[in-house]
Design a protein around this ligand. Structure first.
Ligand code: AMP
Ligand code: GLY
Length: 427
């Protein structure tokens, strides 16, 4: 089979490595892919993830049997719809279902209408009314741009002045472009956060192993928000009891709500949850695999990934048991110094001759230079992942391997998994 994967980060590398385990897979094309992914797939750097006509033309010309659309932008732009129109089976939601991530107003209204637990909120489409509302609000409060904003569209002002600045930044200065035409202002919730990715064909659901992201740039959750500096799986806060509550009050009701709205969700639905004192609530939905959650979740998947993805596409997931390893995984992101603000690119990367069998290097932001050397090309450069029987071992192995890769300005957090280990010891 010839497969196509749209995307070019660490998440896509993890998906590609897993798809390759299926012996019927001949060639995987990655659009655009990256320097490191080129070791596992045929990369096409000329085709960007938002160029839907070029993606569709490429798929037709290369006899693609199955496509996986991983990032939010092409999903929201209808990449899956267009591929389906030319008869190519795909994994990923259509544009209507992708609104669950692409519009916070849509997802918040969906949760309200169907009684799915989430933070209380109001929607505003003009800054004047929003500013008026804030005068009577209590702080901290959460302000979210409606649309996609590279994970940066959430601001948590601590007082009225900061909140007024936030509204102006989003709605008047248009810091996130048209994504800020509408905003959601919502209640500030507290509690540990859990990411749960789930395979779903619209009716059946198979939650994956839970995970924990580390979004802030600095140790002890300080500094700016990033795309994610590291992950661990499973997440100790996601106990069997919490999982059951989530299934009954969040997962199944969300799928039913999407069906009732005429946009059944097929693909990977990502539930960003907060385990509040009043129970689990939805912080956000994503219409796709998380990055870097995928890098710790897929290594623990025992069932063949292509088989699961085909069952989602064919709506036969109810007939498939999806199995997971009992172990744990940890991913430490190696970033370019300065990320998520200004950072330099083009630094030559050096690698060990071999890595231990339980360690995988997922390439996120690198490319091949004119001399075929891997050089950095992004903020998040590499995800060093280790799988082991315990989280402690996985973290030790991931950090040891992270030492063996180098490039000028290499930056990493040193406390990935610390909170998870502490939570496990408290039990
Ligand atoms: P998001 O981009 O929606 O994942 O939000 C980024 C981060 O903001 C989340 O991971 C949370 O830590 C935080 N956040 C979002 N919404 C809330 C909320 N209602 N209460 C507290 N923190 C929140
Ligand atoms: N790691 C968070 C996300 O993928 O949105």
């Amino acid at each position: 089979m010839n497969l196509l994967v749209v995307g070019g980060g660490g998440r896509e590398h993890a998906i590609i490595k897993k798809l390759k385990e299926n012996p019927s897979v001949e060639t995987i094309y990655a659009l655009p892919g990256n320097g490191g992914i080129a070791q596992d797939a045929v990369c096409v750097p000329e085709i960007g993830t938002k160029d839907i006509p070029a993606i569709v033309d490429f798929a037709k010309a290369h006899a693609i049997d199955f496509a996986v659309v991983a990032p939010d932008d092409p999903l929201a732009l209808g990449c899956v719809d267009r591929l389906h129109e030319v008869g190519i089976p795909c994994f990923g939601p259509d544009a209507k279902a992708a609104r669950i991530e692409a519009s916070k107003v849509f997802s918040k209204n969906l949760m309200k209408k169907y009684g799915i637990p989430t933070a209380a909120y109001e929607v505003f489409d003009d800054p004047k009314t929003a500013l008026e509302y804030l005068k009577t609000a209590s702080f901290p409060i959460v302000i979210k741009a409606d649309g996609l904003a590279l994970g940066k569209g959430v601001l948590i002002p601590q007082n009225l002045q900061e909140a007024e600045d936030a509204v102006k930044t989003i709605m008047e200065d248009k810091a996130f472009g048209d994504s800020g035409n509408e905003i959601v202002i919502e209640e500030f919730l507290t509690g540990p956060e859990v990411s749960v990715l789930a395979f779903t064909d619209g009716s059946a659901i198979r939650p994956m192993v839970s995970s924990m992201d580390h979004k802030r740039a600095g140790d002890n959750d300080t500094g700016l928000n990033t795309g994610g500096m590291g992950t661990v799986a499973p997440n100790p806060y996601y106990t069997a009891d919490v999982a059951q509550v989530c299934m009954d009050t969040i997962f199944l009701p969300t799928l039913a709500a999407m069906r009732a709205e005429g946009c059944p969700f097929k693909g990977c639905l990502y539930f960003g949850l907060m385990i509040t004192p009043k129970g689990p609530k939805v912080i956000e939905y994503n219409c796709r695999f998380g990055d870097p959650e995928t890098q710790v979740v897929l290594p623990l998947l025992k069932t063949d990934l292509l088989t699961v993805m085909q069952a989602v596409e064919n709506e036969t997931l109810a007939d498939l048991e999806v199995e997971w390893s009992d172990g744990a995984a940890a991913c430490v992101i190696l970033a370019s110094g300065g990320y998520p603000s200004h950072y330099e690119k083009g630094k030559v990367m050096t690698f060990p001759e071999s890595t231990p069998a339980n360690v995988t290097l997922y390439h996120a932001g690198d490319k091949l230079d004119g001399d075929d050397r891997l050089v950095t090309s992004g903020g998040r450069v590499l995800g060093v992942t280790a799988a082991a029987s315990t989280l402690k071992e996985a973290l030790t192995d991931a950090y040891a391997a992270a030492e063996t890769v180098d490039f000028d300005g290499k930056y990493l957090r040193h406390d990935i998994g610390r909170r998870a280990l502490a939570a496990m010891e408290e039990r």
